[in-house]
Write a protein that binds this ligand. Sequence first.
Ligand code: ZN
Length: 1077
Amino acid sequence: MSTSMERAVVLRSLSCTPLVCTRFFARSSSKLSRLSPLYSLSRCHRSVSLLHHHLRPISTASRPSTQLRRHFSSLSPRAIATPPAQPCSEVVVADDVVAEKLGFDKVSEQFIEECKSIAVLYKHKKTGAEIMSVSNDDENKVFGIVFRTPPKDSTGIPHILEHSVLCGSRKYPLKEPFVELLKGSLHTFLNAFTYPDRTCYPVASTNTKDFYNLVDVYLDAVFFPKCVEDFQTFQQEGWHYELNNPSEDITYKGVVFNEMKGVYSQPDNILGRASQQALFPDNTYGVDSGGDPQVIPKLTFEEFKEFHRKYYHPSNARIWFYGDDDPNERLRILNEYLDTFDASSASSESKIHPQKLFSKPVRIVEKYPAAEGGNLEKKHMVCLNWLLDDKPLDLETELALGFLDHLMLGTPASPLRKILLESGLGDAIVGGGVEDELLQPQFSIGLKGVSEDDIKKVEELIMNTLQNLAEEGFDSDAVEASMNTIEFSLRENNTGSFPRGLALMLRSIGKWVYDLDPFEPLKYQKPLIDLKARIAEEGSKAVFAPLIEKFILNNPHLVTIEMQPDPEKASRDEAAEREILNKAKASMTEEDLAELARATHELRLKQETPDPPEALKTVPSLSLSDIPKKPTFVPIEVGDINGVKILQHDLFTNDVLYAEVVFNMSSLKQELLPLVPLFCQSLLEMGTKDMDFVQLNQLIGRKTGGISVYPSTSSIRGKEDPCSHIIVRGKAMSGRTEDLFNLVNCILQDVQFTDQKRFKQFVSQSKARMESRLRGSGHGIAAARMDAKLNVAGWISEQMGGVSYLEFLQALEKKVDEDWDGISSSLEEIRRSLISRNDCLVNLTADGKTLTNSEKFISKFIDLLPSTPSIQSASWNARLPSTNEAIVIPTQVNYVGKAANIYDTGYELKGSSYVISKHISNTWLWDRVRVSGGAYGGFCDFDTHSGIFSFLSYRDPNLLKTLDIYDATGDFLRELEMDNDTITKAIIGTIGDVDAYQLPDAKGYSSLLRYLLGVTEEERQKRREEILSTSLSDFKEFADAIDAIKDKGVVVAVASSDDVDAANKERSNFLEVKKVL
Ligand SMILES: [Zn+2]
């Protein structure tokens, strides 16, 4: 059951772009941890351009989206357009006569070879709205509408508006049609994004009827939202004073307000914002479209309404359609909306003006909130940022820069990245390299975890390295590896769970939004061939050296940002806010205060009152008869080669072979578990006797589409022992199968654990990553911690990715110097215990011919694996103590969790539990924790393998209040009233999750996981039938199971020390306090 995870991955990937907000915080994070490691090797870019995505390996065969990672970390499945899976058959194009009659002028029509599509650009005659209508045979249809929304200040208007327009509209007059769509549609994508200069509303679905329903709700929302007449929506999503009782203190509340407080608590985010604002002091990028929490309360309702009136207008809109639906129908739907408007001047008013280049560099010092009493020695950050030009670049230059970026930073072996990390001057890279998603491109690079004395050294090292690269050029193997990686990812076109049409749209919009050609970014083939030819002819130095010199070395528009840790910043900000609020209160009369308390109460009442059934009925929905009765079928054949189990999935993969080699981890000694993630990294990044790691990495880049190695752990339902594995995942073109398996064998058996210096870097990087995860994804840390208290699989995962892991890394950093031999032999011991053909399994996804052809290589690979006598399974009957805990960090917002194992209460799994937990998240927790509590997210998660049911909140201003809401869930279910339509909607939404759209590699991978976890096809069918027949009585029965969390659940909060102190005062020290930063 994976869609929510999939959404999580998408969100995560987006969070690394200059995007300032995605409206919806995807739920279900903890499942990710159970099936996968918490850690990830991929680096996080502060910002990553779309071009990169097309240049950079989308995921160097990283773990597929069905599994892994928590929200808001790195990596981006967002990619490029390469041909849709199957060659295109017949594509219908809109009839010109029909278009004309509906009020559209055809501007241009082009066949795009790269995505086998016919793309037509139209202009709506009356309003000037522009439409790209892309037709092909991709069933995953995409719609998006984008407005240019440049802000003038940091009040966060575009962001608050993005949240608010989805809170009810003319045709859909309910509190949140968006949530109704989340609940009851088959969408494969549904969200909204705010960028520094534009706001984007995309939806996707494979079901045509569902797709048009989604389109209609979105169009009505953006053009006719209720929020422009409804002050309470502005208060709820933006900001308001809250006062429950005139004798209490006033506080600020608002979803965006708290979301941005969370953003401003994270050093990486503060750095990214400071860089952007300092690079563009004179245009709209000099302010924060997301909103600065200190400025948000200056925003008035009048300004908010005016912004909508001006910019949410067809004359300022760019609209995208993509997929296999009828193009005439698209225009018909659009005309209905567009025709009600007259042309406006919005388009000229929203133009983004370029920033002029500086004549000399600028230096900025910023503070960020650090832990009180923590060690501040190596906590500085420094980042160099260049604005590359005073205008947008042409596609050829952009492509060459993207390529250069991959050469310098794309892999651990890339020189700039390698030299910075090997210098020992810092723990991890900051800055995203080349970023070209805004009007003018930038380049950023720096380090974090730097001591104050070394800042100058970092700056010099960056400049010297760039200078050397300009003078000496790049190794030809490195160029070949980058070229192969880029071409592979273009060919594979693996956008993960992200619809391909949306990846394309975001690429096109990146130029279109600046009035440039929307077709051009879709056509990369020719410029790529040209670039390749130039490199072959002139050599890489002749191509890249002038770029480094012109855009970086000789460019005075350089902003250096130094970030200093400030242990008092959090409390100072807190005190400043308190003072403003106290002043506000002091200026109010008794009547004012009574009125404010009344308004507070009224707002809450409104938030907590459900929509009337008539209003709910306005949102179109499918009926159960539209839903397929069988689960998605994935072919699987279980065979055997030389005693090793082989799973084969015969699927069309466009000539790519996806392979996973799985080793059982259950014989590993318990104390070695926390070393496993570093063991995995060492396999890929330490080198062999004959090859150093740079050569090894280049070889992988030249021959394959990437290889990754990671641990994966989950409970198995009905079993004591967890399912725990190391997975080696690789992909290659079918002709390279032999190379792929030779390389896998090489990393497993030939890599030497001898490089102490590199290992120490891995430790520092992992530590830095864990620390930023603690601040940015505290809900994930809390979930992992609760799991570790409740079962063995959770305990294992936490050892390799939670607070325990962070503590292990802190101690290990010292140990590397003192006892490297001991560590090195532990790594060897892990290899000896794991890498064996006993209990090994190989999973393959490709077309039948490739599968057959690969058998001989696999057989050879297996023969080379050592065959160790079966060692007795280690017993890991370990758990963390089941005390309630608070992990204290410097933050302005909290992450609050509570969980219990409901199988312990005798609850037996039924498909209805999927429907019920989704419903609890989308109604009860959404309304109470988010809407009225003011948190950015509140959700629950049921891990059907372990039985752990958890509640979690994200960027939450509350702590105890949120726990009270969790505890009242049982009563909510008991008192629940639902008519048949509502239940049907909940069922359809759940099926949407279960049937998440997957590309072939993800299908093969999901099937592998089901195999490992013992989930049979019969069981899938049975759960599906149970989901489809869910009734109100199932909800009521579930209440008793849920009460186990209230009565026996364990609490873990990642929170500020003030909030923890207050909670402990109120509830007699029920939280054990733990400091880790
Ligand atoms: Zn937001």
